[in-house]
Every structure is written in structure tokens, then in C-alpha cells.
Design a binder for this molecule. Structure first.
Ligand SMILES: [Zn+2]
Length: 64
């Protein structure tokens, strides 16, 4: 039986371990035993929001 999995659907199932940054399809990282997260959260608008935070962080860390 052939199962056709669209690439987009496959990507949506991919998660990443926040600890070791390893991509997995499991809900729990088999190495760290921590819950994996979606690397592309649909509820956030991408680049722009992170770029804004990155700029703030960069400004804050400028004193170091
Ligand atoms: Zn891990």
C-alpha cells in the first residue's frame, strides 16, 4: 500500500528539540526526554517579530 505524504504535511509534523536542536517527529526528544516544539509556530508571524526582538536584545546586550 502506497501512502502519499505531501512535503508540506511532512514538514508540519516535524518538531525540534529545544535542548539539543535535533529535528524529530516524536513529541518527546528520545535523547533529552523533553517535549519537542514546532520549529515554525503558525500563530507567530515569522521574521518580523523575531527581528524586532533581536534588535532589542542586541541593544540591551550592547553594554556587555
Ligand atoms: Zn533533545
Amino acid at each position: 500500500m502506497k501512502v502519499k505524504v505531501p512535503l508540506r504535511d511532512h514538514n508540519m509534523k516535524m518538531k525540534i528539540c529545544p535542548k539539543c536542536n535535533t529535528y524529530t517527529m516524536e513529541d518527546i526528544c528520545s535523547v533529552c526526554k523533553v517535549p519537542t516544539v514546532n520549529p515554525h509556530p503558525p500563530k507567530f508571524s515569522p521574521e518580523d517579530k523575531y527581528g524586532k526582538y533581536r534588535r532589542i536584545i542586541k541593544k540591551e546586550s550592547g553594554v556587555l
